[in-house]
Structures are given as C-alpha cells and as structure tokens.
Design a protein around this ligand. Structure first.
Ligand SMILES: [Zn+2]
Length: 120
C-alpha cells in the first residue's frame, strides 16, 4: 500500500486539528446539559422530569463518545509529530489515504479494524 505523501500528511494533520477544535467545542457546549437536569417549570410532573433525565443521559453518552474520539485525534496528532502517522498499529502496513480522509484518527488498517470488531 502506498505511503502518504507530505502533502497528504499535511492535509490530514490540518483535518485532525480542526477535528480537535470541533470536539473541544462540543465538549464545552454540552457540559451544562450533562451536568444538571433542568426542569421546565411550565410543565409539571413525571413526564417533563423524564424528558430532562433522558436529555441528560444522551448528553453524557455523547460526551463520552466525543472524549474517546478526542483521545484518538490527540494520539494521531502525536503520531504526525513523531513520524509514525498513517501506519497500522497492529500490522504496521500503511493505511490508505482514502481511509484516513474519512477518519483521520484511524490507527488501524481496514483488515485489523475488522479483526478487532470481531474480537479475534
Ligand atoms: Zn493492520
């Protein structure tokens, strides 16, 4: 598999930096919702409380996903700096540019990712 050109690596680094910024913003803006159950005082009773709790649970789940993705993005940016970016962590093969464009924080090739998801 072809290795990344300097230009491709640079484009992906930029993409990763934007992703990091976006994720940080999402984490910032969702902090409030996740932390407190805001009750709508115009509605009374169980239903509005359940809505609020559901909203909170959703915000917390989203934040967990953002945080996990941010970790991968940070790790990928670190790999760009150390020159290890774009190689599969499991088998060492170069990860295709097309895959990295879709998911620049990928640290596994398609094959190894599939193995991991199957759990073997
Ligand atoms: Zn691999």
């Amino acid at each position: 598999m072809a290795e990344l050109s300097d230009r491709q690596r640079l484009a992906l680094q930029r993409q990763l930096q934007e992703l990091r910024e976006e994720l940080n913003k999402l984490l910032d803006s969702s902090r409030q919702v996740a932390a407190t159950v805001v009750l709508d005082q115009t509605k009374v009773g169980r239903l509005s409380r359940m809505d609020a709790l559901q909203q909170q649970a959703m915000a917390q789940a989203n934040r967990t996903a953002y945080r996990r993705r941010l970790q991968k993005v940070e790790a990928a940016l670190g790999a760009v700096d150390s020159g290890d970016y774009g190689y599969c962590e499991a088998c060492g093969e170069a990860i295709p540019y097309a895959r990295l464009q879709i998911k620049p924080e990928s640290d596994l090739c398609v094959n190894c990712q599939a193995h991991e998801e199957r759990g073997d």
